[in-house]
Every structure is written in C-alpha cells, then in structure tokens.
Design a protein around this ligand. Structure first.
Ligand code: DCT
Ligand code: MG
Length: 399
C-alpha cells in the first residue's frame, strides 16, 4: 500500500505521464496490492493476538483438528494445528485466497489443505468427518468430566464407555475429583461468565482479607485476557511482606467451607525451592505453588428459587471450577505472566527463552543459563525486556 501511494504521488497531477509509464504504474499497483507479503514472527510471543479476529471460519476448523489430536494424545499434531490457527488469529484482515498466506510462518501442508478446502468449498470435509466421528465425540464427552484426562478417557472408551450415562451404568470406581465431575457435570460444562468470575472474586477477597489483611488477589487466566467466558476462574493471592502468605490457603478454604461455599477442594503444597531448581531444571512445566483446585457453590440470585429446586428443577446455585494459587511476592510477576496465558502464548514464551535467549522461564523465575544467574523482575514488562521482546499486554496474548 505504501508503494502505491509513493508511485501515485511521485507522478502527481499536472505531470505529463506518457501511456507506457501509466501502464507500468498500473502493473506495479496491481502487483503491490496482490502480494501482501507478511512479516510475522514464528513465536506467538512476538505477535499481538486479539480476542476478536477476522478468520474464525478457519481457526474454528483448525482448532477442532487440534483438539482431536490432543484427544488422540498426538502432541505434535495438536501444537501444529494450534500454531496455524494462532497465526490466522493475528492477521489484520480475513484470508480470501491462498496467496494471502504468503510469508506466514507455522502453516504446514495439512493446515493449508484445510484452509484451501474452506476457501473452495465453504467447509472442510476432514473437519466435518472428525466432528461426527464416534471416538471424537466420546473422548470429548469423557474428558469433559472434571478429573478425567485423555489416558483415563481412552481406557474407558476401549471398554465401551462413550458418555456420562455409560459411565454411571458401568459403576466404576472413581476418585473424589471424578465423583465431583460426574455429580456436577452439567454445571461444570456450562461456561463461567465474567459476572460470575467477578462475584467469586469478591467472595475470595472477603475470605482472604478476613484471614490476612493486606493480601492481594488478582484474577488471571482467560478473564485477564478479556475473555467473556471461561471453563474456570483462576486467582493469584500474594502479600507484599513475603512469608505472610505461608499457611494462608488451608485457612481460606476452611473459611469458605464453613460458610457452605465449596463443593470440592484439594490443596497441593508448595514444592518450589529456588536453590534446588537450576541448572537441574524441573522436567515439567507445571509450577509448584501452593494451589487449590476447587469447585465453588455459587449462589445465583438470577437462577431458580430454592422452592423450584425442591420440586426437582434447576437449583438456585451453580457449581463453578475455581483455581486459587498462593504466590510469594518476589515471584508474583512470573506467576502473573505464567497464569495469564494463553496456553500457546506461554508455551512459546518458554520456547523463545530457551531457543533464542539461552534462558529458562517458568512461573517462578527466569534463569540465564549462559551467565548462570537469575534475572529478577517485579513486573511483566521487565520480564519481556529481559527476554528481548516487545511488551504485549494481556488482552493481546490470545494466541
Ligand atoms: N497454562 C499453561 N499451560 C497449560 C495450562 C495452563 O501455561 N498447559 C496457563 C495459561 C493459562 C492459565 O495457565 C490458566 O489455565 P486455564 O484456566 O486452563 O486457561 P484459560 O486461558 O484461563 O482458559 P479458560 O478461559 O477456558 O479457563
Ligand atoms: Mg481459566
């Protein structure tokens, strides 16, 4: 576009332009307009990815194939489709022809075939076949149960269990988490709204402040990126005087329990000890904060009354998945960055750090493996600067 402007202006009105020259300009204009060659970083953390974008018809298709790959425990394929979708999310305009993809990273042959199918036929037969397939539907239904991962779902599927009804009939031995998942299946599969997330935030804040005045609570995960709904609500809790947060979580959960606000809780202890971490890095990307997986019983004034509940209609409350993570203040910026997501954005931040900078990043710290030292940060901006990346605000991390 810049080129077009330059040509037209340099040949400004009043200039005697001969026919040949005019033709040359027109050809150059057409070439410039058609070949938009993109320059886009291959890492999701190098680009701004808004929540709303122009290519949902393609990204929905690619993400379904990614989900199916995940359900088949095919990590490589899962990430490849997710990366392709993520690149299209970052485009400033809709893809209208295959040429629009020129110069874009992460678009493998398979993803391009899917995009081509959609451009030519309005849809992808592979995506439709996958969507209709018995295994995809069964695995989606079974992993949709809180506490059920791909491995368990796969085992059950091989035993002929395809949905919640089959599972209940089979009368298998379920752990406490899975029992909760079965009991509140409908609720937990309903999206959590932003209003519900904020209400839960107020409850958590009340509990935390009753037990530790001065503690700070931050809503993270998808809601911090501006999502209007989510599958759960994620909170970080810290205190500016490091050490004061120790032992807080069991007390908070007890406070909530005593007020009949919980349907399930499981606390994992903090197992992070900096001195023991690097260079013997943790093998998993899971962080080791003190953390509680819980299911809240959220009173919904807008839902049916208690009376209708007794008559067997929907209850006046909703079961909502909530994660509460307690963070030592000196690790807060790293935890915030790690817990805001998206999942792919986080993955690429860690990959960028390792492959391009010789650094190791997780939700606790950033370590420079060449200089053998920790790089401290008290804000997300400082971490981006350490990594040599332009700062990207949470609402543009929807990769
Ligand atoms: N996370 C990560 N790697 C994972 C899973 C999660 O880095 N494998 C981080 C990024 C997001 C954050 O943890 C919270 O996880 P989720 O709640 O699963 O993600 P979300 O973006 O909040 O999605 P949703 O809106 O569905 O809750
Ligand atoms: Mg979440």
């Amino acid at each position: 576009l810049l080129n077009i402007t330059w040509f037209t202006e340099s040949m400004g009105a009043g200039h005697p332009v001969n026919i040949e020259k005019r033709h040359e300009i027109q050809v150059k204009q057409r070439l410039t307009a058609c070949t938009v060659v993109h320059t886009m970083g291959a890492y999701a953390c190098q680009r701004k990815t808004p929540l709303e974008h122009h290519n949902t018809i393609f990204t929905d298709a690619l993400l379904l194939l990614a989900e199916n790959a995940e359900l088949c425990a095919n990590e490589g394929r899962n990430v490849a489709f997710k990366r392709a979708a993520s690149v299209l999310k970052a485009l400033p305009r809709p893809v209208r022809q295959m040429e629009d993809l020129q110069g874009l990273p992460c678009l493998g042959e398979h993803s391009q075939r899917v995009i081509k199918d959609i451009l030519e036929h309005g849809g992808s037969s592979e995506v439709e076949m996958t969507r209709q397939s018995e295994k995809y539907q069964a695995m989606k239904a079974l992993t949709g149960i809180f506490g059920v991962g791909v491995k368990t779902a796969e085992r059950w599927y091989r035993e002929g269990i395809q949905d919640l009804a089959d599972l209940v009939t089979a009368d298998l031995k379920l752990n406490r988490e899975q029992q909760t998942g079965v009991k509140y299946y409908d609720h937990l599969n309903m999206p959590v709204t932003e209003a519900e997330a904020r209400t839960i935030g107020q409850i958590v804040e009340k509990a935390v402040h009753a037990l530790l005045p001065g503690a700070e609570i931050t809503l993270t995960g998808g809601f911090r990126r501006g999502k209007k709904t989510g599958h759960d609500v994620d909170f970080l809790v810290t205190h500016p005087e490091e050490g004061r947060e120790e032992g807080l979580l069991p007390k908070v959960m007890g406070w909530l329990e005593a007020r009949d606000l919980l349907l399930y809780q499981k606390i994992n202890k903090n197992s992070y000890l900096e001195a023991k971490e690097w260079p013997a890095r943790p093998s998993s990307n899971m962080d080791r904060f003190e953390r509680c997986f819980s299911v809240f019983k959220l009173e919904c004034p807008w839902a049916a009354s208690e009376k209708s509940n007794q008559s067997g209609e929907s209850p006046s409350w909703k079961a909502v998945r909530v994660d509460i993570v307690v963070v030592p203040f000196s690790q807060l910026a790293f935890a915030l960055l790690g817990w805001t997501g998206s999942q792919l954005f986080e993955r690429d931040l860690r990959r960028w750090a390792a492959q391009e900078k010789g650094m190791s990043l997780n939700s606790h710290a950033l370590y420079d493996t060449k200089r053998k030292q920790y790089l401290r940060a008290s804000s997300e901006e400082e971490i981006f600067a350490h990594l040599g990346l332009e700062y990207i605000p949470p609402w543009e991390r929807n990769a």
